[in-house]
Design a protein around this ligand. Structure first.
Ligand SMILES: CC(C)(COP(=O)(O)OP(=O)(O)OC[C@H]1O[C@@H](n2cnc3c(N)ncnc32)[C@H](O)[C@@H]1OP(=O)(O)O)[C@@H](O)C(=O)NCCC(=O)NCCS
Length: 159
């Protein structure tokens, strides 16, 4: 049985391990996950199953656009994929009081990441709203070789 909840500082190490094990997400510093799990917990979520962190989303409400929830990293443990966990995590955050005035979700997605594209298209469908895709970060913006473009996906308005 899975539990969906706000992360706490104690989840930071488990989240770092989960992100590392995806093998495809940019692994940020362990410090950044400790910070995220304590400072941005009310717009982020973890899923816990049998004492393990099996799902995580880092999100924040954009300071200059308080009606936009930016979703940064989404990760589900390999064994738990395809069961709707990522979709449920997105809805879990959106249902919180802090998202009362949120009318849009933003996320960047690499063109080759089909599961991620389908996740955000599915979110737009379930919220009965539009999804608009535009350029965001290009491969040339990244300092290291081999990083794909990141396309902005704007979902909404849904209120
Ligand atoms: C992307 C990811 C978070 C999806 O998690 P998930 O819990 O398996 O997703 P869900 O079960 O909620 O499925 C969401 C949608 O994606 C589709 N999907 C999921 N895995 C898929 C796959 N491997 N291939 C194609 N479509 C897939 C589902 O069918 C669903 O679409 P639908 O609503 O049209 O049926 C997960 O695959 C993952 O952690 N990947 C590695 C990290 C990553 O790439 N993160 C996203 C970038 S931030």
């Amino acid at each position: 049985m899975e539990t969906f909840r706000e992360p706490t500082l104690d989840d930071g190490a488990g989240v770092w391990t989960l992100i590392k094990e995806t093998g495809v997400l940019d692994l940020n510093s362990s410090y950044s996950y400790l910070m995220w799990c304590s400072v941005f917990s009310d717009t982020s979520v973890v899923v816990e199953a049998d004492g393990q962190i099996v799902g995580f989303i880092s999100g924040f409400i954009k300071p200059a656009s308080p009606d936009k929830l930016f979703i940064w990293q989404v990760a589900v443990d390999g064994e738990q994929r395809g069961k709707g966990l990522a979709s449920k995590m997105l809805h879990h955050i959106l249902e919180r009081d802090i998202c009362e005035n949120v009318r849009y979700v933003e996320a960047t997605v690499s063109p080759s990441n089909t599961p991620s594209r389908k996740l955000f298209n599915g979110l737009a469908r379930s919220l009965d709203t539009n999804i608009e895709v535009s350029d965001c970060f290009t491969a040339e913006d990244f300092p290291e070789e081999g990083h794909e473009d990141e396309l902005m996906h704007l979902i909404g308005p849904f209120k």
